[in-house]
Ligand binder design. Structure first.
Ligand code: ATP
Ligand code: MG
Length: 303
């Protein structure tokens, strides 16, 4: 039984990609986050460069260099819904290809890979997906695999009610991530999850990098609102009020997500005015007053 590449991946594109580059410039805080983790990502992708650095400045076989080389090419992105995990994974892959002046392939595992529950099917699909990803990786070519909603695939094998089939799949996933380490940084796996605590500890332990995503704070909400209403001449005082209305204090402790603001609040305000009149600050305020933030989908351990 073999599945077509189409059915394994819901996104399968060559990098660099102009669309992702443009999306990154619209993401609040992307550059700052990438600045912070980019170096670590680059070290994962090019383990030899760390050795070369050590040779130049220290000792090539210093113990810490061996430990660095042992890191798994696995990045865990954890946080609440709509906080930009998927967007970060995709844009970071694009940015890394540009920075390292290489080419690449970005592949996102389809949720269909859960299969229909036949014993062994999920493992089989994971194996097939990694085979394709590994084939994409080359000397000058990076391959990125994004596993979204990873908790549905990589849930702890200890979890109660856990189906045998799922346990086999987690084992396969762990095995495959171990295998990718041998490819010397040509493959990087991103696992995005709402519930890091539900992920299997063996997967978490392997994460070379763990990044936490939160709902936007005041400053970030303002930056997003300013960015997305550019050219609409909305008064600064109105934006401040929307920032206030969308914050946790005004919403029973839970503020709006990036996604709530960008894909719900602003489009709805715009559609209040469209097609007969210009959008005004009142449209934004009207929607901000009646809209509720997405409920939290994150475990207490993370919060
Ligand atoms: N940093 C950001 N700045 C501006 N908009 C953002 C940011 N992060 C996310 N968004 C907006 O929110 C939408 C959802 O983001 P994304 O799909 O990356 O979230 P997610 O954390 O993966 O959510 P989920 O847990 O539901 O999968 C994006 O399409 C974008 O419009
Ligand atoms: Mg996502």
């Amino acid at each position: 039984m073999s599945n077509s590449r189409d059915s394994l991946f819901e996104l399968d594109i060559a990098l660099p990609d102009a669309r992702l580059d443009a999306i990154a410039t619209d993401l609040v805080g992307f550059d700052r986050r990438f600045e912070r983790v980019g170096r670590s990502l680059q070290a994962l992708l090019d383990p030899d460069s760390v050795g070369a650095w050590a040779k130049r400045f220290h000792e090539a076989d210093a113990p810490v260099i061996r430990l660095m080389a042992d890191r798994y090419p696995l990045v865990v992105l954890a946080g609440d819904v709509g906080t930009g995990k998927t967007a970060f994974a995709e844009c970071a892959a694009d940015r890394l290809v540009r920075l390292t002046r290489r080419e690449g392939q970005l592949m996102k595992l389809s949720t269909r890979v859960r299969g229909t529950g036949h014993v062994g099917q999920m493992s089989h699909l994971i194996n097939e997906a990694f085979t394709v990803v590994e084939q994409q990786a080359g000397k000058r070519r990076l391959a990125f695999l994004v596993i979204d909603e990873a908790d549905s695939l990589g849930a702890s094998r200890d979890a109660i009610h856990h189906h045998h089939e799922d346990k086999v799949a987690v084992n396969t996933l762990i095995q495959k991530i171990d295998d990718t380490r041998r490819l010397g940084g040509r493959v990087l796996v991103f696992l995005a999850t709402n519930r890091a605590a539900a992920l299997d500890p063996a997967l978490l332990r392997r994460a070379g990098i763990q990044e936490r995503f939160d709902r936007p704070d005041e400053e970030q909400r303002l930056a997003l609102l300013r960015h997305d209403t550019q050219g609409f001449e909305i008064d600064g005082a109105v934006l401040d009020e929307v920032v206030d209305l969308t914050g946790p204090e005004r919403n029973e402790g839970l503020g709006f997500t990036f996604s709530d603001l960008r894909t719900r609040l602003i489009p709805e305000a715009l559609l209040r005015a469209f097609p007969d009149r210009p959008m005004t600050g009142d449209d934004l305020l009207a929607i901000a007053t009646c809209m509720r933030p997405s409920p939290a989908l994150i475990d207490a351990v993370q919060a």
